[in-house]
Design a protein around this ligand. Structure first.
Ligand SMILES: NC(=O)c1ccc[n+]([C@@H]2O[C@H](COP(=O)([O-])OP(=O)(O)OC[C@H]3O[C@@H](n4cnc5c(N)ncnc54)[C@H](O)[C@@H]3O)[C@@H](O)[C@H]2O)c1
Ligand SMILES: [Zn+2]
Length: 389
């Protein structure tokens, strides 16, 4: 497949490179691309998806796979974060086994980040790891979750705390599928992009903000046949993927000891509050990306309160986040419950809460809670919650 843009991701620990193909209309060529990414011996494929996404794009993918001679079957999971569980992963493993997947076969994840994380995790543990391909269908999954090899499920201990690093054998991004994505999901995806811009640098943030000033969330459907729009969105996605890939390349497994501005931890910017918000609302009220939108603003406010960054940068982030559409109000959510939820992230990182803050746009810094007094965080959080109620 030569159309569109192809980025190559190098990973160190697995000593493999994988391609990320970005081109409008690429979904119809899934099999050709899959053949290219997988070893010749791959015969069977289980496509993991949910009924909603599969109803929209499943036929295109299955027809393409069948034409190329793959023996392709499906596994459907429920639609939503609450289905990203060990139990669903177990059902997926059962489906892989019933389909007779062997070590040389593969799994294709067709869907958003929930499907991608779950399918990748099941592929990582089935027969101690088989190949999987990511076909992300949400903006968030295209620019973030499908790239980098973090797979996993939620559990009673917290979000994404059971998982594995398992790099995909390829990622196929077809921006045309964004035309069916509800505006709220687009908002969520753009919030993750703003996060990446905030830690990635002024150029990436500006490119994202410029795009948002040209197109609002409800105009995606309208512009889907507009050539300039298609090329701009594909280019913007490619920029974000390139940024994420660069960070992953330098710190594939998010080493505990790495805390510099190029460590993979910086991608968790905005996620301390985001994970806590998702947890206290039972993963039902906010989209993950929407929670990240709030998390980005909170981290920026904490940075300002510690005199790490200035008012101008905080205002810039507020302006860009506001331009992606309204975030659901946070009325009724208390500081205390959020603090309790922070402790799940804390356990995750050898007993201390590490928060990514900003010394300015593109200048992330990782700060431990030893340098972040609880009463201070408390005060900033209370003031934010008053604003966002
Ligand atoms: N692995 C990582 O590095 C990483 C990074 C960021 C986020 N995540 C995870 O990603 C998840 C969030 O992913 P998400 O925001 O994609 O949510 P999601 O997977 O729940 O998808 C959002 C909704 O959009 C629907 N949908 C998907 N594609 C569609 C399309 N083209 N048209 C119409 N509807 C479509 C889905 O069915 C779902 O209802 C979270 O679980 C988060 O933890 C993982
Ligand atoms: Zn995220």
């Amino acid at each position: 497949m030569r159309r569109g843009q192809t980025l190559t991701i190098s990973t160190t620990s697995t000593a493999t490179n994988y391609g990320i193909q970005i081109s409008p209309g690429a979904l119809g060529l899934t099999a050709q691309w899959a053949r290219h990414c997988l070893r010749r011996r791959a015969k069977k494929i289980v496509v993991v998806s949910n009924r909603k996404v599969f109803g929209l794009y499943g036929a295109l993918v299955m027809n393409s796979l069948a034409e190329a001679g793959f023996d392709a079957t499906t596994f459907f999971m429920g639609d939503g974060e609450r289905y990203k569980t060990v139990r669903t992963a177990e059902s997926a493993l059962r489906a892989f086994s019933h389909a007779g997947l062997s070590r040389t076969d593969a799994v294709v994840a067709l869907g958003g980040g929930v499907v991608g994380d779950l399918a990748g995790f099941a592929a990582a543990i089935y027969l101690r790891g088989i190949s999987f391909l990511q076909v992300p269908t949400t903006l968030l999954a295209m620019v973030d979750s499908s790239v980098g090899g973090k797979t996993g499920v939620n559990s009673e201990f917290g979000k994404n705390l059971v998982g594995a690093f398992h790099q995909p054998s390829g990622v196929l991004i077809d921006p045309a599928v964004l035309s069916t994505l509800p505006p709220r999901e687009l908002t969520a995806g753009f919030c993750e992009m703003i996060k990446q811009g905030a830690v990635g640098g002024r150029a990436l943030l500006k490119k994202t903000a410029d795009f948002l000033s040209l197109y609002n969330m409800s105009s995606f459907r309208m512009h889907r046949d507009d050539k300039e729009f298609r090329s701009l969105i594909a280019g913007l996605i490619a920029e974000h993927v390139r940024f994420k890939a660069g960070i992953v390349r330098g710190d594939e497994r998010e080493s505990a000891g790495k805390t510099g501005p190029r460590s993979r931890k910086i991608l968790n910017f905005g996620h301390t509050l985001a994970h806590a918000l998702e947890k206290v609302t039972n993963y039902r009220y906010l989209r993950h990306g929407e929670a990240v939108g709030y998390g980005v603003l909170f981290a920026a406010e904490v940075s300002k309160s510690l005199a790490l960054c200035g008012e101008k940068d905080v205002k810039l982030l507020y302006d860009v986040v506001h331009s992606v559409g309204p975030l659901p109000p946070l009325a009724g959510i208390g500081v205390k419950e959020l603090f309790r939820a922070f402790s799940f992230d804390k356990k995750n990182i050898s007993g201390s809460l590490q928060m990514v803050l900003l010394r300015g746009i593109g200048r992330p810094v990782i700060v431990s809670d030893r340098d972040l007094p609880a009463y201070h965080l408390n005060k900033v959080l209370a003031s934010c919650l008053r604003k966002w109620a």
